[in-house]
Design a protein around this ligand. Structure first.
Ligand code: HEC
Ligand code: HEC
Length: 332
């Protein structure tokens, strides 16, 4: 190496070092300017794949149809459905927000990776067809969709595509509904009634009836109780599911990052709504092992001595404790 090139190399190295001194601190996790970035890495919440990635193939067509069915269920399968009449006029998307993609919005991020799996309600393994049909029969107060139908195959294809980047048996953060901390009192329907009047009536109606869209195929604002709502076998009929769902998603426009209800308001409005009349449906085959019922499953018989009233409205802490003690006794 000549003396000249040596000198040039030294100068270039010096410049690189000086630049590094300026640039590198910006990537250090404790740098103030980058706190947002650091958070996003350590606290990463599941994000659905971009719909632009849906392939242009026969499988892609099926995935797109599946997405359409989740968003416009009633148009295809509701009381006036173009394909069949199986359900109550609600759309899957009414509860699985943004076609099942919204973080903590009851999304499908953890479905394909975890099913088939043992479900305590069924007391047996359950596959995705059966899980979808649970919602048809309960949340949509309807009947089962044939698993060989193009519609079921499309829903499966869409759920599979959404979970394609999730490792087997993993439920990613932000998937499903958040579990709120239990209150140390029973949820209060009177306070819930006030919350409802102030924060929900405007869209869902004074009688929880919702508002149909002008095309009368589906709802602008879906019903929360009454004959067109989910039935007593549905997930939202459990207080913890309802409270967790509304905390991060209601009033409409709320997100887990910008909630508008306190935990107390969420539990109390859940109690008020679930105290109103709705379709009764008794699935006799549910919970073959009653000791596996969740603390907020509101129908006996129970493996403990707490009343149906307490299993419906809480306080749930003591029930949880009794359940844990029982499990300890069994394992020792
Ligand atoms: C009235 C509200 C509601 C409607 C409408 C609804 N679901 Fe659900 N769905 C729920 C609730 C609540 C759960 C349970 C979530 C939990 O416990 O974390 C659930 C769970 C599921 C799951 C399992 C999710 C998981 O992570 O294990 C699937 C799959 C599903 N629903 C599919 C559907 C499909 C498909 C439709 C439309 C045909 C539909 N649901 C309509 C409320 C609803
Ligand atoms: C600004 C209008 C608006 C307000 C206010 C609002 N919601 Fe909703 N809610 C919606 C819409 C719209 C949907 C359906 C979302 C979709 O299909 O994308 C919905 C869906 C729901 C669902 C699931 C579907 C169903 O009908 O069972 C529940 C439960 C719910 N809201 C509860 C509440 C509660 C409780 C409040 C008050 C704390 C509330 N909402 C306030 C507009 C609203």
């Amino acid at each position: 190496m000549s003396r000249k090139t040596f000198l040039i190399t030294i100068v270039i190295l010096a410049i690189i070092l000086a630049l590094a001194e300026i640039i590198i601190p910006h990537f250090k996790p404790n740098n103030k300017k980058n706190q947002g970035l650091t958070l996003a890495i350590t606290d990463s919440i599941w994000m659905a794949p971009d719909t632009n990635q849906i392939p242009h193939s026969a499988e892609g067509e099926l995935i797109r149809y599946g997405r359409m069915l989740i968003a416009n269920t009633s148009y295809f399968l509701g009381p006036n459905g173009k394909v069949a009449h199986l359900s109550n006029g609600m759309n899957c998307q009414n509860c699985h927000l943004d076609a099942g993609t919204k973080p903590w919005g009851n999304n499908y991020g953890g479905v394909f990776s975890t099913y088939p799996k043992f479900r305590e309600r069924r007391g047996a393994n359950e596959n995705i067809y059966q899980r979808v049909n649970d919602c048809f029969q309960r949340s949509l107060n309807g009947v089962e969709l044939d698993s060989n139908s193009r519609e079921m195959q499309a829903i499966l294809a869409y759920i599979k595509w959404m979970g394609k980047d999730v490792a087997r048996n993993k439920k990613p953060k932000g998937a499903g509904i958040k579990q709120l901390a239990f209150l140390d009192r029973a949820a209060d329907t009177a306070n819930g009634k006030n919350v409802y009047a102030q924060k929900c009536t405007k869209c869902h109606g004074a009688n929880g009836e919702g508002i149909l869209k002008p095309d009368s195929f589906s709802y602008l604002y879906p019903p929360l109780w009454g004959e067109n709502s989910y039935n007593t076998g549905a997930g939202l009929y459990r207080l913890s599911r309802f409270a967790g769902y509304v905390k991060d998603n209601m009033p409409f426009g709320s997100t887990y990052k910008s909630t508008q209800l306190t935990d107390e308001e969420a539990w109390d409005v859940a109690a008020y709504v679930n105290a109103q009349p709705r379709p009764q449906r008794n699935f006799k085959q549910d919970w073959p092992n009653i000791s596996l019922k969740p603390v907020d499953h509101p129908f006996g018989p129970f493996a403990d001595n707490f009343s149906e009233q307490q299993h419906k409205y809480g306080p749930f802490g003591p029930i949880q404790k009794a359940k844990e003690n029982l499990a300890k006794k069994k394992s020792s």
